[in-house]
Design a protein around this ligand. Structure first.
Ligand SMILES: Nc1nc2c(ncn2[C@@H]2O[C@H](COP(=O)(O)OP(=O)(O)OP(=O)(O)O)[C@@H](O)[C@H]2O)c(=O)[nH]1
Ligand SMILES: [Mg+2]
Length: 581
């Protein structure tokens, strides 16, 4: 069904009527209530971390005003879903203070946005220098000027993956910071991180992203700098750069680049050792849990609740365990795994683990920044996949989750045994409406004409432009060589990897096949109203006893092969330490 933007807002509001109504209603609806957790006095703050991870200059005390640019997609239903998600992402960027968000999500205005031509759809290859064609870049500039005249836009959010060069060039043209999809998600991680471990992991992700963004920038006064604005130049391993034919012989610039890299490398090492410490604590706790359950003579199984962000994982976990986890309509409301007890119908005691949600187009390296968090998923006895049954692009959500679970090394056996829960069945579908969003207004014919004109312009006046593009591509490779020398185990792929965007970010066919193998939900629930929860608890009981049987008969290998999986945590000594308990 075609969902419109206004419908999306209505839909959010209709959810809001249930979830964000006055606190009295929330408390009365217990045990399925959604209470915001109180500030933790014992939470150890990590002072000064925030300042060092900002991807663009902003006032941390206020929510930034973003202008969203959505490349056009087909079919319209898919575009609508992606646009809705991007709007929610943009509105999710808000600092969390003591476990709370100050503003109510549903009171927030939707960010200004425009749908523009998609360079990938047109030529299957975006422009190397500016991602979009010239006409689109100018068009966005006009929209930005109009927005600025109302209230100044703090940053432009492009819902696509940009290379460092494209990002810098667009910043120079528009005179504003530009965030791509990965950049914004990292910003959200940093803004929402609450515990020390989440803060460290989010900073690590930001740091490695920053590293992949290092390009030399020519300031307005002609000096080379790494500042926010300026003309992007690609720095080669030999310290040579070329931009519009203006090369320079390097030396000082190269040193500056190396200095930046060294600072990042130093900080990364410090962060890794702090994360290792936090992970050691987690491993000790897990070992203690196992020991205790062993003493009691029964195994204390852990059930990891996984799913796309905003699917309702925390709401469901709260409902099943009769606790009040933090649930919020903002994307990535949960960043830390939380364990909660519950008793199954058989009387068996289990632990539910609520964790960070997944999202499409997220590079594995970013997922890996949360490796200590995701270990809870890999180590769990049973997985509960929560799917938002109201999502228009439900199949994309499902395959994204299968993809991430595969990437983090969840064994196939566990994937097969995973319970798929379709949530939000209480949600009623609204009438179909026409889509409402600001489009750049270009029909296909116009787009083709514009493209032809651009191509003609390029071939006439190609020397400067092509020099930039060709040299960008050439020197990027050389730059990558240096990158690898500096830091061989890169976390984030940069544009330097020379792989097209579509190849990098799309969900592989195998993940789609995995998702398709499961024909539908095992159980349909409403975490909010409690419908289907009893059935779900019986199913969990059944699956766990099936697992016990298989284990007894030896068809399941015990969880001692952590190091041999596709993705491995780098903290082997911590494992050994815990194993020795
Ligand atoms: N209508 C309806 N809304 C629900 C249901 N379950 C969750 N929600 C709403 O969906 C939104 C997201 O819920 P969360 O439980 O925070 O989702 P999550 O999967 O934990 O999200 P992240 O932690 O951000 O990944 C909240 O506004 C919930 O109130 C449901 O069964 N019905
Ligand atoms: Mg959550």
């Amino acid at each position: 069904m075609l969902r419109t933007l206004s419908l999306a807002r209505d839909r959010l509001r209709s959810n809001a009527q249930v979830t964000s109504s006055p606190s009295t209603i929330r408390v009365l609806s217990s045990p399925f209530s959604l209470k915001r957790h109180a500030p933790k006095a014992t939470e150890e703050e990590a002072p000064g971390l925030k300042e060092s991870v900002l991807l663009y200059p902003k006032d941390p005390s206020s929510t930034p005003k973003l202008f969203l640019v959505q490349p056009r997609l087909t079919p319209p239903k898919f575009l609508q879903a992606k646009l809705n998600e991007a709007l929610c992402l943009a509105n999710s960027l808000e600092e969390q203070r003591y476990g709370y968000f100050e503003s109510d999500f549903f009171d927030k205005e939707l960010p200004s946005h425009v749908v523009v031509q998609n360079p990938i759809a047109r030529s299957s290859k975006p422009r190397v220098d500016t991602y979009f064609g010239r006409g689109t870049v100018d068009n966005i500039q006009c929209h930005l000027n109009a927005e600025d005249s109302k209230e100044e836009v703090d940053a432009v959010f492009i819902n696509a993956i940009l290379s460092a060069i494209q990002q810098r060039n667009l910043e120079r043209i528009w005179g504003k910071p530009v965030l791509d999809r990965v950049g914004l998600i990292i910003e959200i991680f940093n803004a929402h991180a609450h515990t020390k471990e989440a803060k460290l992991q989010a900073e690590l992700a930001a740091l490695m992203y920053k590293k992949s963004r290092l390009v030399r920038v020519r300031g307005t006064d002609g000096r080379q700098t790494f500042g926010q604005f300026g003309e992007a130049e690609v720095v080669s391993a030999r310290g040579r750069a070329a931009s519009k034919g203006t090369g320079f012989v390097g030396g000082a610039g190269e040193t500056e680049l190396q200095l930046q890299r060294r600072r990042i490398a130093d900080r990364r090492l410090r962060l890794l050792s702090q994360i290792k410490e936090a992970q050691r604590t987690r491993l000790l706790q897990r070992a203690a849990r196992k020991r205790q359950s062993g003493l009691e003579g029964k195994s204390l199984a852990t059930i990891a609740v996984v799913g796309y962000t905003n699917a309702g994982k925390s709401t469901l976990t709260s409902a099943l365990t009769r606790t009040a986890l933090y649930c919020n309509e903002r994307l990535f409301a949960t960043l830390d795994p939380t364990l909660k007890n519950a008793i199954l119908p058989s009387g068996r005691k289990v632990l539910f683990s609520d964790t960070v949600g997944f999202i499409s187009d997220l590079p594995i390296q970013l997922v890996e920044a949360f490796q200590s968090t995701l270990e809870e998923v890999v180590e769990a006895d049973l997985l509960l996949h929560v799917v938002d049954s109201t999502a228009p692009n439900i199949e994309e959500h499902r395959s994204t989750v299968f993809h991430v679970l595969n990437q983090i090394g969840v064994p196939e056996e566990k994937l097969k045994n995973m319970i798929e829960v379709w949530n939000k069945i209480d949600y009623e579908e609204e009438e179909e409406e026409d889509m409402h969003y600001l489009d750049d207004g270009k029909g296909e014919e116009e787009e083709e004409e514009e493209e032809e004109e651009e191509e003609a312009e390029l071939s006439e006046d190609s020397i400067a432009e092509e020099t930039l593009e060709a040299s960008s591509e050439a020197t990027v490779d050389e730059d990558q060589i240096q990158n690898q020398e500096d830091d061989s185990d890169e976390w984030l792929l940069s544009e330097d990897e020379n792989v097209s965007d579509s190849e990098l970010w799309k969900v592989p066919e195998e993940a789609k096949e995995d998702a398709a193998q499961k024909s539908g939900p095992d159980v349909r629930v409403s975490a909010l109203t409690g419908v289907g929860l009893k059935e779900l608890m019986y199913l969990i009981d059944e699956k766990l006893s099936g697992e016990d049987e298989k284990r007894k008969s030896g068809t399941i290998v015990e969880r001692n092969d952590f190091q041999s999986r596709k993705w491995r945590p780098s903290f082997k000594d911590g494992e050994e330490f815990a194993a020795g308990q």
